[in-house]
Structure formats: structure tokens, C-alpha cells
Ligand binder design. Structure first.
Ligand code: HEC
Ligand code: HEC
Ligand code: HEC
Ligand code: HEC
Ligand code: HEC
Ligand code: HEC
Ligand code: HEC
Ligand code: HEC
Ligand code: HEC
Ligand code: HEC
Ligand code: HEC
Ligand code: HEC
Ligand code: HEC
Length: 449
């Protein structure tokens, strides 16, 4: 690199005087740490020439002592009496700096300008108003002199980014990790979010969080709260594409997901419960379906899967093609012609032949002698009764989950038809609004008219 400067002879004669004077005063000082035989070199900083070098608040070491020649070597012997002075740098690019400084490019990831030897992209070799001879007063101004500012102008900006402190995460020169980061992976985040470390050591850590916080969060900022990469459910759909499809194509949608988001029920990070649930399934459901919670807790007979808190056994909270977001078919209506597949939900756990034969001595206990009363009530065309005409799906006050009452008629004229069921040793008695009180007995069949 060359620096040419043209001077009038008048100035040069003054310069020569000044240079001689300077040599006289400065050389003994320089001689002490001179190695390259430059002890006799003059400084270029005088009252008239280059007077403004070394006057700013932060002056580079060698400039401060006027040792310009360490970096600038005159290439014409006749210096300084020629009209044209030629200088060249003692070394090129970063090699110039490495004459005195430790190399800055010894790590795996090297910042491009450092790699290219453009130390001056950030540092002024002579002086600066800012510490470290930096060219800008704040880190972010420095970075944004080359990088587009798509980081601080987001709606939700990360604390340290908003503070302009890019270097707390990035090394300006080089790093052992990708993206010039100071720490690897999630350790970077835990430098500051140490209080959250416990959260990520729970029993069930979401694989996505274990892998990288950056799967969901932007480290700088984003248009979404918590600097999430996508809004609402979409951040989860980045990976759970099957759930996206299920939720979007389900004919029956769960109210919880129409407006709500996945994190109403799941934690994005970790959990003490399987499936990243915030709480055991039923507790989650009861936060919104309080009425069912109350009912279940107060009833004497609780249906097996509900006892197990397994609402998910029958309902899929992400949506299904069946009424009431049931996982399998179960009719919404009370009456319809019988088809086994209409009751796939119940028959997923119970004997699906329960209502197939008019006569049986083993398919069901709901029989009078060998007359199958399930068949009689359920397996009819057109007015077969749904299981829910008699059974409550969740819980109730009577054995065999016989519901206490069943709605009859259409709004606004709905009559709650009572069902009083009494179990006996070999059968039971129903006192209902459907027919007069009837009893069935498996051992000594009742004679019906
Ligand atoms: C640490 C090495 C170093 C020292 C010491 C140094 N310079 Fe420089 N100087 C440079 C570099 C590098 C450039 C830039 C060259 C380029 O970009 O073409 C430069 C450029 C210059 C220029 C060209 C204009 C400018 O500012 O970019 C002048 C004039 C100059 N230096 C004068 C001086 C004077 C006078 C001194 C002593 C007071 C001095 N330098 C000390 C490294 C140094
Ligand atoms: C002739 C030796 C020499 C050369 C060549 C040199 N420096 Fe320096 N540099 C120094 C000295 C001496 C200091 C003052 C160290 C101190 O204050 O601890 C310094 C200080 C610095 C500092 C501030 C460090 C601090 O802790 O305050 C920076 C930044 C710096 N130099 C960058 C550069 C760059 C960039 C180059 C190449 C353009 C360069 N130096 C070339 C000798 C040199
Ligand atoms: C992208 C901007 C940038 C580039 C390019 C850059 N630096 Fe720096 N440099 C910085 C910043 C910012 C600091 C202050 C770091 C801090 O405060 O911890 C710094 C600090 C320094 C320091 C003093 C502290 C230390 O780490 O030793 C030296 C010496 C230095 N740089 C030398 C260089 C050299 C030599 C080059 C070229 C090989 C270079 N820098 C290129 C931004 C840069
Ligand atoms: C002198 C210009 C310049 C300045 C100033 C600058 N950068 Fe860069 N930076 C670059 C270039 C060029 C690249 C390479 C871009 C590319 O490859 O697309 C880069 C790349 C990066 C990368 C990506 C590195 C990688 O390996 O993927 C990061 C991170 C980065 N810069 C951070 C910073 C930070 C932080 C600052 C402020 C301290 C800063 N830069 C200042 C020029 C600069
Ligand atoms: C909280 C830590 C943190 C802070 C503070 C931070 N960054 Fe980053 N930055 C990252 C991480 C992590 C990545 C890697 C992102 C990735 O790989 O997806 C990154 C990537 C980058 C990249 C390269 C890829 C890209 O996204 O453009 C640049 C450039 C960059 N940061 C510049 C900056 C600048 C400029 C600042 C200051 C305004 C800054 N960073 C502040 C953590 C941080
Ligand atoms: C240098 C310290 C630091 C590092 C490193 C850091 N953060 Fe932060 N983070 C903060 C600060 C400060 C806040 C703002 C806290 C506040 O507003 O209450 C914050 C806020 C957040 C928030 C929003 C919290 C809220 O309540 O709005 C998220 C999310 C976040 N950080 C994630 C990360 C991730 C992911 C990483 C790693 C890529 C990371 N942080 C690295 C300091 C840091
Ligand atoms: C699977 C996506 C995902 C991953 C991966 C992820 N987060 Fe989050 N994070 C979220 C969501 C979503 C929220 C919003 C919390 C909510 O809605 O309850 C959040 C909130 C936060 C908050 C602030 C909100 C609060 O609870 O106060 C911090 C801090 C945070 N995350 C840090 C991290 C850190 C650190 C990591 C990596 C160890 C990480 N996150 C990984 C999705 C994620
Ligand atoms: C970066 C991809 C990614 C993102 C984004 C993501 N996940 Fe995951 N998630 C996974 C992976 C991988 C698993 C582990 C799957 C496995 O082990 O079969 C998982 C597991 C789960 C599980 C447990 C599944 C099971 O079978 O145990 C739930 C629940 C879950 N994620 C919910 C969410 C929610 C809610 C969000 C949004 C806040 C989200 N995920 C965002 C990748 C992701
Ligand atoms: C109303 C509560 C609720 C909401 C909202 C919810 N989930 Fe779930 N999710 C559950 C329950 C309950 C389970 C099953 C737990 C079990 O296996 O017992 C589950 C299971 C999962 C599973 C693993 C098992 C499977 O079904 O494949 C994934 C993945 C999942 N949810 C992702 C999501 C995503 C993504 C969202 C948001 C789009 C979401 N969930 C919204 C309650 C919910
Ligand atoms: C965040 C609140 C919320 C949570 C948690 C929640 N739900 Fe819901 N659920 C709703 C809303 C809102 C509706 C729609 C209510 C309506 O349309 O009257 C609904 C509707 C339903 C329906 C259909 C009701 C009907 O009459 O059509 C069923 C079944 C249901 N939820 C089951 C569950 C189960 C099982 C869980 C636990 C896995 C659960 N819900 C968790 C809010 C929630
Ligand atoms: C054995 C299967 C089964 C289990 C387990 C189950 N449900 Fe249901 N649930 C049903 C059926 C069937 C209906 C529809 C009843 C109807 O059509 O009248 C229903 C209806 C609902 C409704 C709609 C409103 C209502 O009262 O009819 C909600 C809400 C609901 N269930 C929540 C839950 C919750 C919460 C759990 C877990 C505690 C749960 N369910 C467990 C089968 C089940
Ligand atoms: C996930 C499996 C499962 C599903 C689905 C299921 N049940 Fe059950 N059911 C059980 C278990 C386990 C028991 C035994 C514990 C008990 O008495 O509740 C049971 C018991 C019963 C009983 C009492 C039987 C007895 O001998 O005491 C009736 C009646 C019943 N279920 C009806 C239904 C109906 C109607 C459906 C469909 C709406 C249904 N079940 C769906 C698991 C299931
Ligand atoms: C007319 C009322 C009624 C209807 C409709 C009805 N059940 Fe029952 N069910 C009963 C009675 C009463 C019992 C008790 C039998 C006993 O143990 O004495 C019973 C018992 C059961 C049992 C216990 C095992 C057994 O067969 O003894 C299951 C399981 C069952 N019903 C499932 C269903 C399913 C599934 C449907 C719909 C396909 C259904 N029920 C429809 C009245 C009914």
C-alpha cells in the first residue's frame, strides 16, 4: 500500500528542519526498543504536518509515541527533500497488526473482515474518539456499518440486542463455534438465563428444546412475543406438520384450538408429565371444562378411563371427524338404525358383539334369561337406541354407569326423563319414562306380556 503526498518546496524545507529537530529529541527514546535499525527515523507528526494524528481521546500505542515509521516505510532514499514521498506499509493487511499483536484468526470461525485482513473495517490504525480505536461509538453502530439492521428494528427485541451489546454473544474476531458465538448451542442462552436451567432438566424435556433454543426463538428479535420465529400455533407447526394437518382438516374442531394455542395445554420446554403436558390430562381439561370436573369428582361411579384421568382415550383435543371431538364414531343422536361401526368408540374397549344376537347367555349381563336386552334396545331399525340413552360416558350416581336422566324432545320443550335403576343379584329393575317399570333376571327370567 502506498501513500503519496505532494508538498511545495517551501513546506518541505520547513519539514526538513522539523524532522531534524525531531530526530534529535526522539531518537534516544526510540533507540531503547529499536530492533529493526529504525532508531534514527524521524516522526512525521509536527505542528505543521500530520498535526492531527494522535490528538483524539484514544491514540494507538505506536502513534502516541510518534513511531509512524514502524508501519509506514519511506521508499525513496532522498526523503524528505523530494517533491514526492513514497511510503509503503511495513506489512500488508493483518500482518501489519500481527507485527505487534497476537493473531486474531486462530479459531474455527473467523469473521470475514478479519480473515480478509480488514482490521481497519473496525479499528482506526491511528486514533479514535472511542476505546480500542473503534470506528463507531457503540457496538451495534459498528456492526451495522456493514450488516443491515434487521435485528433491532423488530417489534420484540431481545434484551442484550436492544442494549446494542452484540459482542456479549459474538466475538468480533473469531470463535471456536459457528456464527462467531461465545458459547456453543444452548449454553449461550444459559450464560444469562441461568435461572431457567432447572426448567430444562425436568423429566420430560422437549426434544426441540434439547436440540436448540433457536428452533423456536430468534436470538435477536422478531415480530412475535418472546421473539418466537412464528406466531401462535405456527411455531409448533414448523415441525409438527401432522398435527397441523389434523387440526386444519378435522371436521369437528376443538374450541380450545380455534383461537387458543398449543401452549394452553403443552409446555414448549419441558415438563414433569409425559407429552409435554402442563399438568395431568384431566387437570388440563378441567381448567376449561370445570363443570365436568365438578361432576366427576362428586359422582359415586366413575367410568374406567375417566378414573384413569384418560380423557384422551375417547377425545382428541386436536380435533377429529366425530361429534364432541371423539376419537372414534359415536352417534350424536339418541335414535338411529343399528350398525356396529356407529359405536366404534365403545367397542374399542367393550365386546362388540354385545348387541348382535337376539339370544345369548354370555355376550351381556343385560338380559332376561337368554333374551339379549342390549339387542332389544339397541339393534333396531329405525329407532335403535344409542348407548347414551342409558349410559353416562363420564360418571354418574348409578351402577353400570346408568345415567340418572335422559333428555327427551327438542328445545325448548326438553323433558329430562328420569331413569331409576336398581341392580339386583341376577338382574335389575328400571323405573323409566319410556315404559312402565320393568325388571330383568338372568336366572329366573321375568315373563313379559
Ligand atoms: C500501526 C500502524 C500505523 C502507524 C503506527 C501509523 N500508521 Fe498511518 N496508516 C496506517 C495504515 C494501515 C493506513 C491505511 C493505509 C490505507 O488504508 O491505504 C495508514 C494511513 C495513513 C495516512 C493516509 C491517510 C489516512 O489517514 O488513512 C497517513 C497520512 C498516515 N497514515 C500518517 C501517519 C502518521 C503521521 C503516523 C504517525 C503519527 C502514522 N500514520 C502512524 C498504519 C499506521
Ligand atoms: C508497532 C506495534 C503495533 C502495531 C504494528 C499495531 N499495534 Fe495495536 N497496539 C500497539 C500498542 C503498543 C498498543 C497499546 C497497548 C496497551 O495499551 O496495552 C496497541 C493497542 C491496540 C489496540 C487497543 C488495545 C487496548 O487494549 O486498548 C487495538 C484495538 C489495536 N492496537 C489494534 C491494532 C490494529 C488493528 C493494528 C493493525 C492495523 C495494530 N494494532 C498494529 C502496538 C501495535
Ligand atoms: C468487526 C469489527 C472488528 C474487526 C474487523 C476487528 N476488530 Fe479488533 N476489536 C473489535 C472490537 C469490537 C473490539 C473490542 C472488544 C471488546 O471490547 O472486548 C476489538 C478489540 C481488539 C483488540 C484489543 C482487545 C483484544 O482482543 O486483544 C485488538 C488488539 C484488536 N481488536 C485487534 C484487531 C486486529 C489485529 C484485527 C484484524 C486482524 C481486528 N482487531 C479486526 C472489532 C473488530
Ligand atoms: C467491515 C464490515 C463488517 C463489520 C463492521 C462487521 N461485520 Fe460481521 N460480517 C462481515 C462480512 C463481510 C461477513 C460475511 C458475510 C457473509 O459471508 O455473507 C460477516 C459475517 C458475520 C457473521 C456471521 C459469521 C458466520 O460465520 O456465519 C456474524 C455473526 C457477524 N458478522 C457479526 C458481526 C458483529 C457482531 C459485528 C459488530 C461487532 C460485525 N459483524 C461487524 C462484515 C462485517
Ligand atoms: C443473545 C445473543 C446474541 C446477541 C446479543 C446478538 N446475537 Fe447475533 N446471533 C446470535 C445467534 C445465536 C446467532 C445464530 C443464529 C442462527 O444460527 O440461526 C446469531 C447470528 C448473527 C448473524 C449471522 C446470521 C444472521 O442472522 O444474520 C449476524 C450477522 C449477527 N448475529 C449479528 C448480530 C448483531 C449485529 C448484533 C447486535 C445488534 C447481534 N448479532 C447480537 C446471538 C446473538
Ligand atoms: C447476555 C445475556 C443474555 C443472553 C446470552 C441471552 N439472553 Fe435472553 N434475555 C436477556 C435479557 C436481559 C432479556 C430481557 C429480560 C426481560 O425483559 O425481562 C432476555 C429475554 C429473553 C426472552 C423473552 C423473555 C420475556 O419474558 O419476554 C427470551 C425468549 C429469551 N431471552 C431467550 C433467549 C435465548 C433463546 C437465548 C440464546 C440464544 C438467550 N435468550 C440468550 C439476556 C440474555
Ligand atoms: C419448541 C419451541 C421452543 C423452544 C425449542 C424453546 N422455546 Fe422458549 N418459548 C417457547 C414458547 C412458545 C414460549 C412462550 C411461552 C408460553 O407461551 O407459555 C417460550 C418462552 C420462553 C421464555 C420466556 C417466557 C417465560 O416463560 O417467561 C424464555 C426465557 C425462553 N422461552 C427461553 C428458552 C430457552 C433458553 C430455550 C432453549 C434452552 C428455549 N426457550 C427453547 C418456545 C420454545
Ligand atoms: C424444531 C422442531 C420442533 C418444534 C418447532 C416443535 N417440536 Fe414438539 N417435538 C419435536 C420433536 C423432535 C419431538 C420428539 C418426537 C418423538 O420423540 O417422537 C417433539 C415432541 C413433542 C411432543 C410430545 C410428543 C410425544 O409423542 O411424546 C409434544 C406434545 C410437542 N412436541 C409439542 C410441541 C409444541 C406445543 C410445539 C410448539 C410450542 C412444538 N412441539 C414445537 C420437534 C419440534
Ligand atoms: C386442549 C389441550 C391441548 C391443546 C390445545 C393441544 N394439545 Fe397436543 N395433546 C394434548 C393431550 C391431552 C395429548 C395426549 C396426551 C396423552 O398421550 O395422554 C396431546 C398430545 C400431543 C402430541 C403427541 C401425541 C399425538 O397425539 O400425536 C403432540 C405432538 C401434540 N399434542 C402437539 C400439539 C400441538 C402442535 C398443538 C397446537 C397446534 C397441540 N398439541 C395442542 C392436549 C392438547
Ligand atoms: C383452554 C381451554 C380448554 C381446554 C384446556 C380444553 N378445552 Fe375442550 N373446549 C374448549 C372450548 C372453548 C370448547 C368449545 C365450547 C363450546 O363450543 O361450547 C371446547 C369443547 C370441547 C368439547 C366439545 C363440547 C361440545 O359440547 O361440543 C369436548 C368434548 C372437549 N372440549 C373436551 C376437552 C378435553 C378432553 C380436554 C382436555 C384434553 C379439553 N377439552 C381441554 C376449551 C378447552
Ligand atoms: C369413555 C369415553 C370418554 C372418556 C374417557 C371421556 N369422555 Fe367426554 N364424552 C364422551 C362422550 C361419548 C361424549 C358425548 C356425550 C353426548 O353425546 O351426549 C362426551 C362429551 C364430553 C364433553 C361435551 C359436554 C358434555 O358434557 O357432554 C366434554 C366437555 C367432555 N366430554 C370432556 C371430557 C373430559 C374432560 C374427559 C376426561 C376427564 C372426558 N370427557 C373423558 C366420552 C368420553
Ligand atoms: C378406553 C376404554 C373404554 C372405552 C372407550 C369405553 N369404556 Fe366403558 N369401561 C371401560 C373400563 C376399563 C370399564 C371398567 C371400569 C368401570 O366400571 O368403569 C368400563 C366399564 C363400563 C361399563 C360398566 C361395566 C360393568 O360391568 O360394570 C359400562 C356400562 C360401560 N363401560 C359403557 C361404555 C360405553 C357406553 C362406552 C362408549 C361411550 C364405553 N364404555 C367406552 C373402558 C372403556
Ligand atoms: C336401554 C338401556 C341401555 C342401552 C341403550 C345400552 N345399555 Fe349397556 N347396559 C344396560 C344395563 C341396564 C346394563 C347392566 C346389565 C347388568 O349388569 O345387569 C348394561 C351393561 C353394559 C355393559 C357391561 C357389560 C354387559 O354387557 O353386561 C356394557 C359394556 C354396556 N352396557 C355397553 C353398552 C353399549 C356399548 C351400548 C350401546 C351400543 C349400550 N350398552 C346400550 C343398559 C343399556
Amino acid at each position: 500500500m502506498k501513500i503519496k503526498s505532494t508538498r511545495s518546496s517551501f513546506f518541505l524545507s520547513i519539514l526538513s528542519v522539523l524532522v531534524l529537530v525531531t530526530i534529535f529529541f526522539v531518537s534516544p527514546v526510540l533507540a531503547e526498543d529499536d530492533e529493526g535499525g529504525m532508531a534514527d527515523m524521524p516522526t512525521c507528526k509536527t505542528d505543521e504536518c500530520h498535526a492531527d494524528y494522535g490528538v483524539k481521546e484514544y491514540v494507538h500505542g505506536p502513534v502516541g509515541i510518534g513511531a509512524c515509521y514502524i508501519c509506514h516505510k519511506a521508499t525513496t532514499d532522498s526523503h524528505p527533500n523530494e517533491d514526492t514521498l513514497d511510503f509503503e506499509l511495513a506489512a500488508q493487511g493483518k500482518d501489519l497488526c500481527y507485527l505487534c499483536h497476537e493473531p486474531k484468526d486462530q479459531n474455527e470461525t473467523v469473521h470475514k473482515p478479519v480473515l480478509m485482513g480488514e482490521c481497519q473495517g473496525c479499528h482506526d490504525p491511528h486514533q479514535s474518539d472511542f476505546p480500542m480505536q473503534l470506528k463507531k461509538g457503540t457496538t451495534k453502530d459498528l456492526c451495522f456499518s456493514c450488516h443491515a439492521d434487521n435485528k433491532t428494528n423488530q417489534q420484540f427485541v431481545h434484551g442484550p440486542v436492544a442494549a446494542g451489546d452484540c459482542n456479549i454473544c459474538h466475538n468480533p474476531h473469531s470463535s471456536a463455534y459457528p456464527r462467531l458465538l461465545e458459547k456453543d448451542g444452548n449454553d449461550l442462552c444459559f450464560m444469562c438465563h441461568i435461572d431457567r436451567l432447572a426448567e430444562f432438566t425436568k423429566k420430560y424435556v422437549h426434544k426441540a428444546a434439547q436440540e436448540s433454543c433457536l428452533n423456536c426463538h430468534d436470538p435477536h428479535g422478531s415480530p412475535n412475543k418472546y421473539m418466537l420465529k412464528r406466531f401462535g400455533k405456527e411455531v409448533c407447526f414448523l415441525c409438527h406438520k401432522d398435527k397441523k394437518e389434523q387440526i386444519e382438516t378435522a371436521k369437528v374442531k376443538h374450541g380450545a384450538l380455534k383461537e387458543g394455542i398449543c401452549t394452553n395445554c403443552h409446555t414448549p420446554h419441558s415438563s414433569d408429565f409425559p407429552r409435554q403436558l402442563k399438568a395431568p390430562t384431566k387437570d388440563i381439561c378441567y381448567t376449561c371444562h370445570e363443570d365436568i370436573g365438578k361432576r366427576v369428582k362428586s359422582e359415586l361411579y366413575i367410568h374406567g378411563p375417566v378414573q384413569q384421568n384418560d380423557c384422551y382415550a375417547c377425545h382428541d383435543p386436536h380435533g377429529t371427524n366425530n361429534p364432541k371431538i371423539l376419537k372414534k364414531a359415536f352417534p350424536a343422536k339418541f335414535y338411529m338404525p343399528y350398525k356396529t361401526e356407529n359405536y366404534a368408540l365403545c367397542f374399542g374397549c367393550h365386546n362388540k358383539e354385545l348387541a348382535l344376537d337376539p339370544f345369548t347367555d354370555k355376550l351381556t349381563n343385560f338380559r332376561n334369561g337368554d333374551m339379549n336386552l342390549h339387542f332389544k334396545h339397541v339393534n333396531k331399525d329405525p329407532k335403535g337406541r344409542s348407548c347414551k340413552s342409558c349410559h353416562a360416558p363420564h360418571a354418574g350416581p348409578q351402577p353400570k354407569h346408568i345415567r340418572p336422566e335422559v333428555p327427551f324432545g327438542n328445545p325448548p320443550m326438553v323433558w329430562m326423563l328420569p331413569i331409576n335403576y336398581t341392580m339386583t343379584e341376577n338382574g335389575g329393575t328400571c323405573e323409566v319414562g319410556c315404559h312402565k317399570t320393568k325388571t330383568y333376571d338372568r336366572v329366573n327370567p321375568v315373563q313379559y306380556k
